[in-house]
Write a protein that binds this ligand. Structure first.
Ligand code: HEC
Length: 164
């Protein structure tokens, strides 16, 4: 394929990521313009987490291939193209087994996208928090980097370690 054609094809692929299946632009987070990535439910597990108070949530962090490769080789900072998704649900007692807690209603989907140029002001990370597929307000998005920076700057602003 001539170079122009390859660039054109690449542009279509990039643009396709910005639209939902119904052709509408995907809802993007304020400040960062981060969207929920396609196919993330098929990504590999980084680690689960349990938040027992105040939210009572079960959580799971998933990573795309770039993220998983970086975790496995232990290389920091995470390279551009890394995407991490954190899913959360209320935890409820299993109706079948007394001591088990299982996912109840979904609460948030949170996304971190690494692009060291675009997001240079926030450690190279763009943030998105979604409820029912829709981004939460700008005020909430102002909190993301501050908390991650205060606690895990030395790990490239990422809390979650690859589960053993
Ligand atoms: C008060 C602190 C705090 C704030 C504010 C915060 N986070 Fe986090 N975030 C955490 C902690 C702690 C984890 C580790 C996993 C867990 O305990 O749920 C985490 C994990 C994540 C992860 C998985 C990758 C990682 O770092 O482990 C994503 C994605 C994420 N947060 C996105 C966001 C977004 C988007 C916002 C803003 C809308 C946000 N966070 C605001 C504390 C915070």
């Amino acid at each position: 394929m001539p170079v122009g054609g390859a660039l054109f094809a690449a542009a279509i692929v990039v643009a396709a990521g910005a639209f939902a299946q119904n052709g509408e632009p995907k809802p993007a987070s304020p400040i960062y313009g981060v969207t929920i990535p396609d196919g993330y439910r098929q990504w590999e597990l980084v680690a689960p987490a349990l938040e027992h108070a105040p939210l009572d949530e079960l959580r799971t962090v998933l990573g795309n291939q770039t993220a998983i490769d970086a975790y496995r080789t232990g290389s920091l900072p995470f390279p551009d193209g890394t995407v991490l998704v954190k899913l959360a649900w209320k935890h409820v007692q299993s109706p079948e087994f007394e001591s088990a807690l299982v996912p109840g209603a979904a609460t948030t989907v949170q996304v971190m996208v690494k692009d060291s140029k675009k997001y240079a002001a926030t450690g190279g990370w763009g943030f998105g928090r979604f409820i029912d597929g829709k981004p939460v307000d700008e005020a909430q998005h102002r909190t993301c980097f501050a908390c991650h920076e205060a606690r895990v700057k030395a790990r490239d602003y990422v809390f979650t370690k690859l589960a053993p």
